[in-house]
Structure formats: structure tokens, C-alpha cells
Design a protein around this ligand. Structure first.
Ligand code: AMP
Ligand code: TRP
Length: 269
């Protein structure tokens, strides 16, 4: 079975990327044929500086290796260096319903955020992602929850293509982490942790221990003071519990017990 996934080089890589995506990669590479891409062409759909983009690509390669992607087991490469990604994108363009693209959550969010630069690339972004995945006859796509919709669209595109031209592409499946598929922002725990937001909202993989401590201490919590997991009623503390649980290897139940009778600031410390 083959695995394909990628991360955009823009912005600082954060623990959401790590817990939602990269941690799954490290596990999967033990048993599957894995291909991990630095998807630089996707990053061109929002404003960027061509010079710093080069450094950011290298930085992501460093992160992949440091996090445990083993180049003996997995393939690591830069999207723009394999021209077939853009070639297949064009072919897939011609079978993708335009209405499906305007319905994508990420498109709606990004076109709201980058009002002055709603380019066609932003709209066609999921087709390039479908090309990435389908080009390698991928079985499994380990991603965070926000990308599930794009993988669903990839499946639709593959089916349409196969119907029209005969069986050509494998129908891939998204794989989400059981816990950590959607790490929330530290400053607004009702929104996902995001690279393109203010630095206070995320814990970057390159943040210093001091910066991390400061961000955790300032993280928005909820009314009341009980340490209890309840994402609907207590999104702030639930997010911190998830993060703590995933990094410590202890269950949320254990953590709730450990902090019974204690307050938010004890927990944060
Ligand atoms: P991106 O930063 O958009 O290139 O995302 C790279 C990978 O990280 C994708 O698989 C995303 O779904 C995943 N990801 C991004 N943000 C989060 C988050 N807040 N929680 C969990 N996974 C995330
Ligand atoms: N769109 C993904 C994101 O924003 C990145 C990505 C591009 C990707 N191509 C991919 C992820 C193929 C998985 C498979 O996170």
C-alpha cells in the first residue's frame, strides 16, 4: 500500500502539523511505501516572497528529517521539481465541476482572508492536490481534519476520470489521527491552530522552551476552573488536555484525575 502526503512550505510549522500529520507519517513509514512532498506550488496561491520561500522549503525538509521521516524508508521531494504534478492538474481540471471548488471550506476561508488576492490558483488548489495524490496511485493520505474535504474531492475527481476514460486511478482514502486531527488555536480555541495566524496562536516546532511556556501560560481558557475534557463547553482546556496527552503519552482520563481539584494555572505550569 502506498502513502502520500505533503505540507506547504509557507509559514512556521506548528504542533498542529506535527500531531495531525507528521506523527502519522512516522508510524506509517514502518509498514507502507511512503512519499512525503514539500508542496511549494500550493504555497504560491497566497502572497509570498520568492527569496524566503526557498529557505522555507529547506526548513520543511529539516523538519521532516528531524521529526523522524527516514530517507532510507520514505521518499522526500519538492513538488515543483516533478513537472507531472502540474501536467496532471490540467487534465484533472477538465473533469472537475467548478461548483465543487467554490464550495470548499479552505477556499472560502482563504478568499475571505486574502481579499485582495483571490486568484484562480486559490480556487484550483484542490485539483493540484488531487494530482499530487492520484499521480502515485496512492492508497492512503494521512492529513489533518481540515484536508478531509480535499481528499473527498480527490476521490470524486478520480471516479469521474475513471468513468470517462476507463479505470486509470486508484481511489485514495484520507487517514486522520484518532486524537490530534484538529489542534485548536491557543488564542481562539474555537478555530484551528494555523500557520497564517498570529504567532501567539500556535506553538511552532522551532519555538524556544521560553516562548512555548509563555504561549501556554497566555493560552485562552474557559469560564469555570475545572480541568475537564469537553470540547463543546470547554474548548480551551480541552485543547490543552489533548496537546498534553499526545506529547506525554498519558490518557486524558489520567490527566483529569491528576489535576482534580486544581485550577487552570496549575495545569498550565
Ligand atoms: P498545511 O500547513 O496547511 O500545509 O498543513 C499540513 C498538514 O498539517 C495537513 O495534513 C493539515 O491537515 C495538517 N494540519 C494543519 N493544521 C492543523 C491543525 N491545527 N491540527 C491538526 N492538523 C493540522
Ligand atoms: N493541501 C494540503 C494542506 O494545505 C497540502 C497538500 C498538498 C497535501 N498536496 C497534498 C496533503 C497531497 C496531502 C496530500 O495541508
Amino acid at each position: 500500500m502506498r502513502v502520500f502526503s505533503g505540507i506547504q512550505p509557507t509559514g512556521a510549522i506548528h504542533i498542529g502539523n506535527y500531531l495531525g500529520a507528521i506523527r502519522q507519517w512516522i508510524e506509517l513509514q514502518q509498514n507502507y511505501e511512503c512519499i512525503f512532498c514539500i508542496v511549494d506550488l500550493h504555497a504560491l496561491t497566497v502572497p509570498y516572497d520568492p527569496q524566503t520561500l526557498k529557505d522555507l522549503i529547506l526548513e520543511k525538509a529539516i523538519v521532516y528529517l528531524a521529526a523522524g521521516v527516514d530517507p532510507e524508508k520514505s521518499i522526500i521531494f519538492i513538488q515543483s521539481e516533478v513537472k507531472e504534478h502540474t501536467e496532471l492538474t490540467w487534465l484533472l481540471n477538465t473533469v472537475t465541476p467548478a461548483g465543487d471548488l467554490t464550495r470548499m471550506t479552505q477556499y472560502k476561508e482563504k478568499s475571505r482572508k486574502f481579499k485582495k488576492n483571490v486568484n484562480a490558483g486559490l480556487l484550483n488548489y484542490p485539483i493540484l492536490m488531487a494530482a499530487d495524490i492520484l499521480l502515485y496511485q496512492t492508497d492512503i493520505v494521512p492529513v489533518g481534519e481540515d484536508q478531509k474535504q480535499h481528499v473527498e474531492l480527490t476521490r470524486t475527481i478520480a471516479r469521474k476520470f475513471n468513468q470517462r476514460f476507463g479505470k486509470t486511478f486508484k481511489i485514495p482514502e484520507a487517514k486522520l489521527a484518532k486524537s490530534g486531527a484538529k489542534i485548536m488555536s491557543l488564542t481562539d480555541p474555537t478555530k484551528k491552530m494555523s500557520k497564517t495566524d498570529v504567532p501567539e496562536n500556535y506553538i511552532g516546532l522551532f519555538d524556544t522552551p521560553e516562548q512555548i511556556k509563555e504561549k501556554v501560560m497566555k493560552a485562552v481558557t474557559d469560564t469555570g476552573k475545572i480541568i475537564k475534557y469537553n470540547p463543546q463547553k470547554k474548548p480551551g482546556i480541552s485543547n490543552l488536555l489533548t496537546i498534553y496527552s499526545l506529547f506525554s503519552g498519558r490518557t486524558i482520563k489520567e490527566l483529569e484525575k491528576k489535576f482534580k481539584g486544581k485550577g487552570y494555572s496549575d495545569f498550565k505550569k
